[in-house]
Ligand binder design. Structure first.
Ligand code: AMP
Length: 438
């Protein structure tokens, strides 16, 4: 199948070519035709499958016809970063359409958004909270909305946005086309789908299994040696951009700082940052200024950086869905990627869950010559214990230097040239070059 089979308007087809898309991805192949027919669609697809273009292309095509200067399509997304990415995709794919899109989310000046809304845009890409504010203040007019997209609905549910979504719904015309995308289908999303979609076409790509282009590996290690092992893996592995996940904002920040101290071009992305700093971290990661981004699940949701070669779970995720989302950042579209997960004793149940969704055991690897028996230091052991789930109201004691920092130099300086091996039949035996040495 080729894009011209979709009967898209010429300016849109041209933009598709300029974006370098040669053939539609499976989600695009299956969703674009029913969307173009005006049907409601329930799309079960994770990020990295091309789902943004799957809804952006038919929406642009629709909006090329008809009146301009008022909001005709609304895309609701869970995070600001995802909203920006969708807005960017609209800009790229709609470059010759003269269709305007604006983003609406919290953490930035509302007046600027109001001014832009007044100037008139055909597409609004919004996060739920700020959109509700605008609806409440009468600064956005959705009365002539034709298409609604709920993107990453399961994440919106995880983030507690479903009540907001239901409130927003009350302000939208009943007569509209609705598209709902979700990587997973918990009961709450099933029930949301039932209430917002009208006779939908359901499209599913890859079930909730992770992209087949990703190979997975587990690295068992004691918690206090995680940073040292991560540094060692980075030193020995040939990588492009690397996304590292931690379980808490605090750990993301600290680990980001430690990587910078170790000489890497690294940044952290977590909810405590101001919007401008989050955007700077993300832009820097996208343009290669930062080679490593350390993030929490929520901050990293939907990040689309095509050259991510490795996702490293410094902390194993809490759910198998979160694992799928995390590793959905690599192996995007036809590229290949690696997902490394550092695991310690407490992680056995989650490892079992991950192996279940992957359909078999995951390679356990050790890094040759790494000192797995290095003792935990008696102090400065912030990362030696598992992260607290909840630290609200109490300040965690902050040691001046972390355990890993203390351990790392000794372990890294004694190394002679080392080899590690990738898993996966097609890659087995392929020696990895030392990669992103600082
Ligand atoms: P998404 O799943 O929407 O986040 O898209 C993941 C990445 O795939 C983005 O960088 C898109 O630009 C890219 N992409 C989308 N559609 C195609 C396509 N048909 N061919 C190649 N790349 C694509």
């Amino acid at each position: 199948m080729v894009f011209s089979d979709f009967q898209l308007a010429t300016p849109i087809l041209k933009a598709v070519t300029l974006c370098g898309y040669t053939e539609p991805t499976p989600i695009q192949e299956q969703t674009i035709p029913p969307i173009m027919l005006g049907r409601d669609v329930m799309g079960l697809a994770q990020t990295g499958t091309g789902k943004t273009a799957a809804f952006v292309l038919p929406i642009l095509n629709r909006l090329m016809q008809g009146s301009r200067g008022h909001v005709r399509a609304l895309v609701i997304a869970p995070t600001r970063e995802l909203a920006e990415q969708i807005h960017e995709a609209i800009g790229n794919l709609g470059r010759d359409s003269r269709i305007r899109s604006i983003t609406v989310y919290g953490g930035v000046n509302a007046n600027t958004q109001i001014a832009k809304l007044k100037q008139g845009a055909e597409i609004v890409v919004a996060c739920p909270g700020r959109l509700l504010d605008h609806i409440g203040q009468g600064t956005v007019d959705l009365s002539r909305l034709e298409v609604l997209v709920l993107d990453e609905a399961d994440q919106m549910f995880d983030m507690g946005f479903l009540p907001d979504i239901r409130r927003i719904m009350k302000h939208l015309p009943r007569q509209r086309q609705t598209l709902l995308f979700s990587a997973t289908m918990p009961d709450e999303i099933r029930s949301l789908a039932r209430s917002v979609l009208n006779d939908p076409v359901t499209v599913q790509v890859g079930k909730t299994a992770p992209a087949v282009t990703v190979s997975h590996a587990l690295y068992p290690v004691d918690p206090h040696l995680k940073t040292a092992l991560l540094l060692e893996l980075l030193r020995r592995t040939d990588t492009e951009s690397v996304l590292v996940f931690t379980r808490t904002k605090h750990r993301a920040k600290r680990l980001g700082e430690q990587l910078v101290k170790a000489g890497y071009r690294a940044a952290s992305l977590q909810g405590n940052l101001s919007q401008s700093r989050r955007q700077a971290a993300l832009d820097g990661f996208r343009d290669g200024t930062f080679q490593i981004l350390v993030a929490t699940d929520i901050a990293a949701r939907g990040i689309d950086v095509t050259q991510i070669s490795h996702v490293i779970n410094y902390d194993i995720p809490n759910t198998t869905d979160a694992y799928i989302h995390r590793i959905g950042r690599t192996g995007r579209v036809a590229r290949t990627g690696d997902a490394y997960t550092l695991v310690s004793g407490d992680d056995t149940d989650m490892v079992r869950g991950i192996e279940r969704i992957l359909g078999g055991p995951v390679d356990r690897r050790t890094v040759p010559d790494f000192d797995y028996n290095a003792p935990a230091p008696r102090k400065n052991n912030e990362f030696a214990r598992e992260p607290r789930q909840h630290t609200q109201g109490r300040k965690t004691a902050r040691p001046k230097h972390s355990a890993a920092q203390k351990n790392t130099p000794a372990q890294l300086s004694t190394g002679k040239p080392k080899t590690i091996w990738r898993s996966g039949d097609h890659q087995r035996g392929q020696r990895l070059r030392s990669g992103i040495r600082p």
